[in-house]
Design a protein around this ligand. Structure first.
Ligand SMILES: [Zn+2]
Length: 369
């Protein structure tokens, strides 16, 4: 198997400024490093380098997305506002989406990186790929940035796949711990795209990602949501993939499978309350790799989203990339002994109930092929 990897040093130069947690500095928030910092991404890339995993991947070069490509998803007014704020020294996409001077150009690179990753897999340059893009994209709506996301990287790349590369069906599996609202809304009435989001129930955005949100119009049945209870661990995530994601994707028969790979369902994430370990991420990746092999000739693209534990994101990310590479040997996770055998890691009955409800809703996914 050949696995691509995409990164651009400028992703680490995207400047979210000072803050604390998910807030920017102001009022009683004493300034420290903003929660969406370069550290998680840079440390993941560094771990890949020192473990030799990076040498086993194929470098995927990127490019800036064009203004026209952004307009697949975003309004011209929004794109122009981000550009002018960026030129004026920085601003905010709308809600909790800060950027510094030149942030527009870096956000264009991040979206372009997602496009390049999809192209590399679709064209057969590599079997699968991981794009470590920043800023993230899955919360960005057509007319505003939200939740650290400026432009909708995966939604724009998916439009490129459909409208330029000529694909007819794309499936997006979002395992970021937050709801993939922007991606879902971009295709809510579009029967060409299946969006599935696994997320912590009611976390962010609190108002979206309900089991009953299943698409509309021609896209009826093409959105699937699995709002997992806080405290869900490896067992719940594995069950959600096997009982909801696998059957939904098998019904839909996409030509390519995209993972919105947030790593913030991890045991140590400061912005969420889930319990997934590196072993859980490896298992989830293996399920997706096997699914892609059965459905779409192995064509699988993981595009980075959130993940805020600079200690643990690198080990979860390395586990995903090992899964994409199909390696037997794994990088030793120095934290794993502390997590193995913790209570409540297995599927709990109340989590199983939610998964069962989501599986029922996912039975409405239209059958293709
Ligand atoms: Zn997230």
């Amino acid at each position: 198997m050949s696995t691509g990897f995409h990164w651009n040093e400028l992703y680490a130069w995207h400047d979210t400024g000072t803050g604390s947690g998910f807030l920017s500095t102001g009022g009683l928030v004493e300034p420290e490093q903003h929660g969406e910092s370069p550290a998680t991404k840079r440390r993941l890339r560094n771990l890949l380098e020192v473990t030799g995993l990076l040498d086993q991947t194929v470098a995927i070069p990127g490019r800036k997305a064009t203004r026209e490509e952004l307009l697949y998803v975003h309004t011209a007014e929004y794109v122009d506002r981000v550009k002018s704020e960026s030129e004026a020294g920085g601003g905010d996409g709308g809600e909790l989406a800060p950027f510094g001077p030149g942030g527009y150009e870096i956000a264009l690179l991040s979206t372009g990186g997602a496009i390049s990753a999809v192209e590399a897999v679709w064209n057969g340059d590599v079997d699968n790929t991981y794009a470590l893009t920043r800023p993230p994209g899955h919360h960005a709506e057509s007319d505003e940035g939200r939740g650290f996301c400026v432009f909708a990287n995966i939604a724009v790349a998916t439009h490129h796949a459909l409208d330029v590369l000529g694909l007819e069906r794309v499936a997006i599996v979002d395992w970021d711990v937050h709801h993939g609202n922007g991606t879902e809304h971009a295709f809510y009435e579009d029967p060409r795209v299946l969006t599935i989001s696994l997320h912590q129930d009611g976390l962010y955005p609190a108002e979206s990602g309900l089991v009953g949100d299943t698409g509309a119009g021609e896209g009826q049945g093409c959105a699937v949501n699995v709002p997992l209870p806080p405290g869900s661990g490896n067992g719940a995530y594995e069950a959600a993939l096997e009982r909801v994601v696998v059957p939904a994707v098998e019904a839909f028969q996409p030509q390519i499978l995209i993972i919105a790979s947030g790593l913030d369902a991890s045991m140590m994430d400061p912005l969420a309350m889930m319990m997934v370990t590196s072993e859980g991420y490896r298992r989830m990746t293996d399920i997706m790799v096997e699914l892609a092999a059965r459905i779409c000739d192995g064509k699988l693209v993981a595009i980075h989203e959130g993940g805020y534990s600079s200690s643990y994101v690198p080990f979860c990310g390395a586990a995903v990339i090992e899964g994409l590479l199909g390696l037997d040997e794994s990088v030793e996770d120095p934290y794993i002994d502390a997590f193995r055998g913790m209570g409540y890691m297995d599927l709990q009955p109340h989590q199983g109930k939610v998964i069962e409800e989501a599986a029922k809703a996912a039975a409405a996914v239209p059958t293709s092929g």
